[in-house]
Ligand binder design. Structure first.
Ligand SMILES: [Zn+2]
Length: 199
């Protein structure tokens, strides 16, 4: 039985390691790239290496940055007194799409999960507390998911933040897990922000 040549199979395997790509999609993507204009795969390869080269976590908030700071930290029109703590960078995008928030962010890089052995030291919690000491915000909104990990993380963070005399609030409902939110979720997220409650 004939098989795809080794380099072709390696390409399929590389696609399969990506999230949400099953065996059939991986094969289709590989077939497409090998039969399309060479310039197309060239552009893809360049876009990947350029993104890896120029994008780094913002030293202040952890969101994606291309310059020294991310676009949000560098924007002087943002309200520096209200911060929103989220699990991952894609949550910043979800919050921004929902609108209604003009403050700053802090990206934790995950959520506490004893099962997955993710403790406080694996997350950007020490940097959050340091940043609070330095910049003394008035309010911090915990915008984490409503599942066990999100709840655990919120319960852990709230007293640590309040110790610094900062008001802590939580979204009325958590951020839906995962990215790629639909319009309905954006509306929900907007309400969740307006209806946030102090903890
Ligand atoms: Zn930033």
């Amino acid at each position: 039985m004939a098989e795809y040549p080794p380099a072709f199979q390696e390409l399929i395997r590389a696609f399969r390691r990506l999230p949400a790509v099953g065996p059939r999609s991986a094969e289709r993507l590989a077939l497409h790239l090998l039969s399309a204009e060479p310039a197309q795969s060239q552009r893809l390869a360049e876009a990947i290496s350029r993104a890896r080269e120029v994008i780094h976590p913002c030293p202040r908030c952890g969101f994606f940055a291309e310059g020294e700071l991310c676009a949000i930290c560098a924007d002087s029109s943002r309200d520096t007194k209200v911060w929103c703590v989220v699990a991952q960078s894609s949550d910043v995008i979800s919050m921004e799409k929902a609108g209604g928030f003009s403050g700053l962010y802090h990206v934790l890089g995950g959520r506490l999960s004893p099962l997955e052995k993710i403790g406080p030291e694996q997350l950007a919690i020490a940097s959050l507390l340091r940043r609070i000491e330095e910049s003394a915000p008035a309010e911090i909104i915990l915008a984490l998911s409503a599942d066990v990990e999100g709840e655990t993380t919120s319960l852990y963070l709230a007293p640590l933040i309040k110790k610094h005399g900062v008001k802590v609030s939580r979204l009325a409902t958590g951020i839906p897990a995962g990215s790629g939110l639909e319009f309905a979720d954006r509306v929900t997220l907007g309400y969740a922000l307006t209806g946030r409650r102090e903890v």
